[in-house]
Design a protein around this ligand. Structure first.
Ligand code: ZN
Length: 1003
């Protein structure tokens, strides 16, 4: 006992005391491209040196081309999670793999075992242990079937090749042990440093763009010089518009060798139609010159002709801000990338189609910047994505802000008119950059930055990892002062170049530099979902004895700034250390008309509404009301109300026109409302609806959101001036443990009141009195809205004055070989749980074998064109509820029990048309007036037909073709005599309301 206690007590100390080490991996690879079968065949030799204090018995290897081998790989699964079915439904010829491996260590064959879960990871078992300080030569041949470039990074588009993550590569072994990681699109890499010498053999007329420097090869050099000369001439005279080059591959082969030291990866690209342009840039600090190259095809040639200059500028400014670029070359390649807008490799960067020269410069600056953040400061990108993407995004933003006034993520991707309409030009550049993360935070779908890359939702990977981190760096730089910040980052670069820094190393460096602990940065902003929100309360005093009272209403005690603003000019800004509660901050009185706690836009504050006060006037905190179109962003000085035209139609009100008036902006507010008053031209009356939501957004705990909702609506009915419906409810959205998934789990409790004017039809019988019906409802929904095999489970309990009933509905889609084709399975079961003595005197709430008609929709939940029509086309509208039979029937209206199965299948190669089969069993009470006895009847029914799925679940037409005899008999009691009359349709207006996406948007 004592011994094991001692070991346990000493172990952590020993681990900490262990000095930093990293392994060495020097590669020699000979590779030949087969451009007819899209294969690589290669020989690899790696000198592996063990610099750890441990003896190694195995070496873990990444065999990443195997990520493209089948539908079971981590990559394939992540593609589906992120909503792409391309790889899932791809045919085998488009997929890829690596094989023909035969690992030898120092010439002796070793055993290789695949990872239990991942075929793109394997380990070799060493015949002899590798002692600390020892080194071995690992060799293997390998062949790669190159996948289509439509999926991710490694790939080919015709005969254009992107050879990325293409060779067997040892996983990192560091103080935490081995880091074998499967290949993913969302989630990058972690690799050992070393040198590369790669001999590439391709048909002679291929242009090769590769990491590193071309080794002496006069023939190849002459080809490059000639290409550059021609490309320079074409830059002036104009590039050919021929976008598809169909040059045959030369029968002669060439071998070119590229070498590069102090890097952890090697990528190369080959295309017969690449133009090459080159330039060079001198680094200000060391005076060294870096040669720059760009490779591009005709497609975007006009955009690319200045791109070498973008590479120059990126190298220049990153070198100036962070530290000198250590390599002699820097290149950018126009490629058919399918994972993001660009991808970085040491000294070479691939950029996908960009759309504009400015966007191209933006992507080049970002990707070239990765030479510093991950290339040289080689953090673990998979586990700590903010360290490379976030840090790099900060510098990329700085570059773009310097080059283009008020550049931003949003303004660059939107036409000027659009950004003007949303008032984007009113904001500071970094404030705009912060908006996507505020958007996520205000909807409470943000994620903490200390998650691993695959744990982020696709959108949060961009909004959090890239943009929120960039905002945090900008906040830090503004509060420290740019010069101090740059010094801090430069010494970080000097200390950790060509190493594997961790977040803990960064924390130690930043806190050491600032000589203080900074929990607001490392515990809160970079590792939690806590929010920054400072509120300005009042300004007082006179002269130099002025004060501004500021209250911290957020959860982070980060630095805060106070600015005096005159017109649009920030006259004076002072920074203060963060604090809890309220504080009077000294701020000299001056010629300002406003004070702000975020006047420079550098604080990633989640709530701009409380940021400013006026220095004079009665309503210092009041914001100027403004009416805008559609929707917009939040501004400290403007309280916006949004308006957009609205139209509607139903049979009783006739055509309706009016407006939707709301306050729903891009950022969720605590209280949101929407009112849609409409004027109905048929009965010349007002109609419409209104809704008010109150959102509670806990930052921790088991709920992601609690929403209190109240709504009211009023429309006309067949015999009555109208009905009025009120609902009030509360919805609990549960926190999703696997946040990156599309799973939603929600509990809703609500009350529904429906009031009809006299002669309104509440339960199939028009009444001369105004009547009210009340219902309570509890609904639990579990839904996985993934693209492949989505499902939902809904459990529902309803209570009215005379009954309690419960039901469960399961929907599951089984996809065929494409996203659009599949089998939809629906299961329904419903039972009455309680009936009062006076039942059935109340509303007719029976379960229906048929999908509900307007008359049967006693909760008035759905929108019907002719809610109370009982014959004619409008009466043929239905909803997919209860038994969901398409045939309208009076059979199977059940106040005991109803269950159904509904199968619908699309037809391969035929669009829109589906076939369906429905079957149901039910029981109900039958009252026989003659004998005064109630008996329980049971029955079954089946039908089959053809469905036109014009817009899935929004506009559907169902034509029942065959049905069971009891249904045929029951038809005689309906008004639907002909085949045409028996066709029914679904028109789900709730799903096509244009404001719905704004309200329910989530990622
Ligand atoms: Zn990046």
């Amino acid at each position: 006992m004592i011994r094991s206690f001692l070991i346990a007590a000493f172990l952590p100390g020993m681990l900490c005391a262990q000095t930093y080490f990293q392994q060495e991996t020097d590669y020699k690879i000979k590779v030949k491209l087969d451009d007819t079968r899209h294969f690589l065949s290669a020989e690899e030799s790696i000198r592996y040196k063990n610099n750890s204090k441990e003896t190694l018995n195995e070496i873990w290897f990444h065999l990443w081309p195997n990520a493209y081998k089948n539908k079971e790989t981590a990559f394939a699964k992540q593609q589906l999670t992120n909503g792409s079915t391309k790889f899932q439904y791809a045919n085998d010829t488009a997929r890829g793999y690596i094989d023909s491996l035969d690992f030898k260590v120092n010439g002796e064959t070793v055993k290789m075992e695949y990872h239990f879960d991942h075929i793109d990871i394997a380990r070799i078992i060493l015949n002899k242990p590798l002692e600390p300080g020892g080194e071995i030569i690992i060799t293997t041949p390998f062949k790669v079937k190159i996948p289509s470039s439509a999926f991710s990074r490694l790939g080919h588009a015709g005969q254009q090749y992107q050879l990325c993550q293409w060779y067997p590569k040892p996983a990192v072994y560091d103080k935490a042990g081995w880091h074998p990681i499967p290949y993913l699109s969302q989630g990058e890499f972690y690799s050992e440093f070393g040198s590369f010498e790669v001999e590439i053999t391709v048909p002679e007329n291929y242009v090769v763009a590769a990491s590193g420097e071309l080794q002496s090869n006069p023939e190849e050099q002459a080809r490059i010089d000639k290409n550059v000369e021609e490309s320079e001439a074409l830059s002036k005279s104009g590039f050919s518009k021929d976008k598809k080059s169909t040059v045959a591959s030369s029968a002669n082969w060439k071998t070119v060798t590229y070498k590069l030291d102090k890097v952890h990866d090697f990528a190369w690209f080959a295309d017969k139609s690449y133009h090459i342009l080159r330039s060079s840039v001198q680094l200000e600090r060391s005076g060294r010159t870096v040669d720059t190259y760009v490779y591009f095809s005709n497609k975007d040639a006009d955009m690319w002709k200045s791109a070498a200059h973008y590479v120059d500028e990126s190298v220049k400014y990153y070198s100036k801000w962070v530290g000198d670029y250590p390599y002699n070359v820097c290149k950018a390649v126009d490629g058919a990338l399918s994972a993001g807008a660009g991808m970085e490799y040491p000294t070479i960067t691939v950029v996908a189609s960009s759309g504009s020269a400015r966007a191209l410069e933006n992507v080049i600056a970002h990707e070239v910047g990765h030479n510093w953040f991950y290339g040289i400061l080689a953090s673990n990108e998979r586990d700590h994505p903010w360290m490379d993407e976030g840090t790099n995004s900060y510098y990329e933003n700085r570059y773009m802000t310097m080059k283009f006034e008020k550049h931003s993520f949003m303004t660059s991707s939107l036409p000027d008119e659009v950004s003007g309409m949303f008032g984007l030009s009113k904001f500071q550049p970094f404030q705009l950059k912060n908006f996507p993360s505020v958007f996520s935070q205000r909807r409470n779908f943000d994620q903490a930055l200390n998650l691993t890359a695959p744990e982020f939702t696709g959108i949060n990977y961009a909004f959090m990892v890239y943009m929120k981190t960039a905002s945090i760096y900008n906040y830090l730089a503004a509060s420290m002062g740019q010069e101090e910040f740059d010094k801090m980052m430069q010494s970080w670069y000097d200390q950790w170049s060509f190493k594997h820094p961790s977040p803990a190393d960064f924390k130690a460096h930043v806190e050491g530099f600032n000589k203080k602990e900074m929990p607001w940065l490392f515990d809160d902003l970079l590792a939690s979902r806590k929010r920054v929100d400072y509120k300005i309360c009042k300004a007082s005093g006179s002269g130099n004895e002025g004060y501004v009272k500021v209250k911290n209403v957020g959860q982070i005690e980060g630095p805060v700034s106070v600015s005096g603003i005159n017109g649009d000019d920030v006259v004076l800004t002072k920074w203060f250390d963060g604090f809890e509660g309220s504080k009077k901050l000294p701020f000299p009185v001056g010629a300002y008309n406003r004070y702000s706690v975020n006047g420079t836009g550098d604080i990633p504050d989640v709530n701009a509404k409380n940021d400013e006060i006026r220095s004079t006037g009665l309503f210092k905190k009041g914001r100027r009301p403004k009416i805008s179109f559609l929707t917009g962003l939040e501004h400290p000085r403007i309280a916006a109300l949004y308006v957009l035209p609205a139209i509607g139609y139903n049979y009783y009100n006739g055509f309706m026109a009016g407006a939707a008036i709301h306050n729903i902006g891009m950022f969720r507010k605590k209280i949101e409302f929407i009112a849609v008053p409409l004027y109905g031209f048929e009965i010349r009356q007002l109609a419409g609806s209104a809704q008010l939501d109150y959102f509670i957004r806990p930052v921790s705990g088991c709920f992601r959101g609690i929403t209190l909702t109240g709504s009211a609506e009023r429309y006309a009915l067949r015999f009555a001036p109208g009905f009025t419906r009120f609902t009030g409810g509360i919805t609990f959205l549960f926190d999703n443990r696997r946040e990156f998934s599309k799973v939603k789990s929600e509990l809703r409790i609500r009350h529904v009141s429906v009031i009809t004017d006299p002669y309104g039809n509440l339960d199939n019988i028009p009444s001369p009195l105004s009547r009210t019906l009340d219902f309570n409802q509890l609904t639990y929904t579990l839904q996985d809205a993934r693209v492949h095999k989505p499902y939902s489970i809904v459990a529902d309990v309803q209570q009215g004055s005379t009954f309690v009933k419960g039901s469960a509905t399961i929907n599951h889609r089984f996809n065929y070989n494409s996203r659009r084709k599949g089998l939809d399975v629906r299961l329904f079961a419903g039972a009455f749980l309680w009936k009062s003595a006076s039942y059935p005197s109340g509303p007719d709430v029976r379960f229906r074998l048929s999908g509900q008609t307007g008359i049967q929709d006693y909760l008035y939940d759905d929108i019907f064109l002719g809610r109370h029509e009982n014959s004619g086309l409008l009466s043929q509208q239905m909803t997919m509820t209860d038994g969901a039979f398409s045939l309208y029937t009076l059979l199977g209206q059940s106040d005991r029990f109803l269950t159904s199965i509904n199968l619908r299948s699309s037809i391969p190669k035929v669009p829109i048309i589906c076939v369906y089969v429905n079957a149901a069993a039910f029981s109900f009470d039958q009252f026989e007036a003659s004998s005064n006895i109630t008996t329980t009847q049971t029955g079954t029914a089946t039908e089959a037909g053809i469905n036109l799925s014009i817009i899935r679940n929004v506009f559907e037409i169902y034509a029942p073709v065959v049905y069971s005899k009891n249904l045929a008999d029951a038809q005689k009691f309906t008004v639907y005599d002909t085949f045409g009359q028996r066709i029914r349709f679904v028109l789900n207006f709730r799903l096509i309301n244009p404001l719905n996406p704004l309200r329910t948007l989530r990622f």
